[in-house]
Design a protein around this ligand. Structure first.
Ligand code: F6P
Length: 370
């Protein structure tokens, strides 16, 4: 089909590689189809309140290596559950999806490219059901989206966390300390697991395996008696001790995002370890440093491939789908297969097996790796 006007928005938390997608969609739509490209600002908020800018080859020049998103984003603007904070702090929820549909029609768009994680793509799917032709493009540093090998942004986050672990190792080794790095990832342990493997962590704690503090302490003690009186731990923000709870900074009910803000397990773990052993323990929370800055080459290439393929899918009328990496190809997956699915690290993952086989403690005593 002939593409005349296409829209693109980025939703949810930002992530390195978003600008690579925006650039690729813009260039492919203009160069291959002569289409006009409308950038919708601030995620779905821009669709509700009609905040847009035209994207051109010129305006998307030099953004390939830029972190963040030139369109802006938010993880608060779900049009189906628009949350407004009242004076007493309570939150009222409205359905403003009709306004998003109105804006789409007023802009006379042929399709909407929705770049986002699980929450954003679910909204994309619901808009598709309301008659908007949507193509989803998966992103998240958490890598917790189903039906795709990797999401762009993840590899950059892993590299940042790996660099942090390398630095923590030199200071931890010098001072004979236990160094804890808390990383993001929500309820999935992908960032912790891959950065821990890349950064030579001695202990990796992920949400999928509630940790036994005795096993963790035992590993640190064994290292000390074995002549290495320092340990490097990477802990995912969503990790928890056996019988303990995930540590939440702010509950979902108080937040316009409608999801809890995780964080604090690193300090909690530091206190638990201090109660058991005599080494000094320090905690670093990497936070949004993982999300900012320049995307790695892998994430730039993946973002560019997804953006270009999304335009091709739109031209073929393949709406209601998401472009997805199934190495070595980019394929299309129905959006409805993704709704509400979070991809966790499977307990039988080869990555976990690999970590334990080389003596990394995963917060438990595996039978064959004592
Ligand atoms: O989903 C990406 C992510 O960075 C998570 O890893 C983290 O829990 C969350 O977003 C942080 O969100 P916010 O930017 O709202 O603090």
């Amino acid at each position: 089909m002939k593409l005349r006007n296409v829209g693109i928005l980025t939703g949810g938390g930002d992530c390195p590689g978003l600008n690579a997608v925006i650039r690729a969609v813009t260039r492919a739509a203009i160069i291959e189809h002569g289409a006009k490209v409308i950038g919708i600002e601030g995620g779905f908020e821009g669709l509700i309140f009609r905040r847009t800018q035209e994207l051109t080859v010129r305006s998307t020049r030099d953004i390939l290596s830029l972190g963040g998103t030139i369109l802006g984003t938010t993880n608060k603007g779900n049009p189906f559950e628009w949350r407004e904070q009242n004076e007493d702090g309570s939150v009222t929820v409205h359905d403003l999806s009709f306004r998003a549909v109105e804006t789409f029609r007023e802009l006379q768009l042929d399709c909407l490219f929705v770049v986002g994680g699980e929450g954003t793509l679910e909204i994309g799917y619901k808009l598709q059901q309301k008659g908007i032709p949507v193509i989803g493009i998966p992103k998240t540093i958490d890598n917790d989206l189903d039906k795709t090998d990797y999401t762009f942004g993840f590899q950059t986050a892993v590299q940042v966390a790996c660099d942090a672990l390398d630095r923590l190792a030199t200071t931890g080794r010098s001072h004979h300390r236990v160094m804890i790095l808390e990383v993001m990832g929500r309820t999935a342990g992908w960032i912790a697991l891959e950065s821990g493997l890349a950064g030579g962590a001695h202990i990796i704690l992920i949400p999928e395996i509630p940790y036994d503090i005795e096993s963790v302490v035992n590993k640190i003690s064994l290292r000390t008696t074995g002549g290495s009186p320092y340990s490097i731990i990477v802990v995912a923000e969503g990790a928890k001790a056996i019988g303990g709870d995930v540590i939440v900074q702010e509950a979902a009910t108080n937040r316009l995002q409608g999801v809890p803000q995780l964080g604090g397990i690193g300090y909690h773990l530091a206190n638990q370890i201090k109660n058991h052993i005599d080494l000094e323990v320090r905690c670093t929370v990497l936070g949004h440093i993982q999300r900012g800055g320049t995307p790695t080459a892998f994430d730039r290439v993946l973002g560019t491939r997804l953006g270009s393929h999304a335009v091709q899918a739109a031209a073929e009328g393949r709406f209601g789908t998401m472009v997805s990496l199934r190495t070595p190809d980019i394929v299309l997956v129905p959006l409805k297969e993704l709704a509400g699915v979070v991809r966790h690290v499977p307990l039988d993952s080869q990555l976990i097996k690999c970590a334990e086989s080389i003596g990394i403690n995963m917060g438990r005593e595996p039978e064959n790796c004592r």
